[in-house]
Design a protein around this ligand. Structure first.
Ligand code: SF4
Ligand code: SF4
Ligand SMILES: [Zn+2]
Length: 144
């Protein structure tokens, strides 16, 4: 696994279903309720396990037949739409939009856009999509 600074996004942390593990609360080392996890999640691809998201529901993903959902003939399938709806409503984020952006503009541009979108207003480190917290300076980025 590549060494990441607090400001880096990386392709290996973009999941097949369009989530960016780098901004996930599990990657910062916390549970959804805010408690510290025993171990930080290293991300979907690096850990090669099925997280709570979509991978465990889809044979194409678990069998590694598809690397990103936008390449699937069923895209966006019901399961992905369900997850996407929840994320749009709760966290102002869309997996489907992420994947469409990657398809249209490429991974490099997507990572640059993510760096801008999830940058702490105070210290420029990456903030968490689930609660807006910057775990580098403890700032709550309320406007994001
Ligand atoms: S919990 Fe899931 S989305 Fe979050 S960092 Fe781990 S693998 Fe990625
Ligand atoms: S879009 Fe295709 S690859 Fe992705 S979860 Fe749905 S069925 Fe699986
Ligand atoms: Zn900060």
């Amino acid at each position: 696994m590549v060494e990441l600074t607090m400001k880096d996004m990386h392709e290996t942390l973009i999941t097949p279903c369009g989530m960016n593990c780098r901004i996930c609360i599990g990657f910062f080392g916390y549970t959804m309720s805010g408690k510290k996890r025993k171990m930080k999640c290293v991300g979907c691809k690096p850990s090669d396990k099925s997280c709570a998201f979509i991978k465990k529901f889809c044979k194409k993903l678990t069998n590694k037949e598809i690397d990103y959902c936008h390449k699937c003939t069923d895209f966006p399938c019901k399961q992905l739409q369900k997850l996407d709806k929840r994320y749009r409503e709760k966290y102002n984020m869309s997996m489907i939009e992420n994947l469409e952006y990657i398809k249209k503009n490429g991974m490099k541009k997507f990572l640059q856009a993510q760096e801008e979108k999830y940058k702490c207003l105070k210290c420029q480190a990456i903030i968490c999509v689930h609660n807006g917290i910057c775990y580098s300076c403890d700032d709550l980025n309320k406007n994001k």
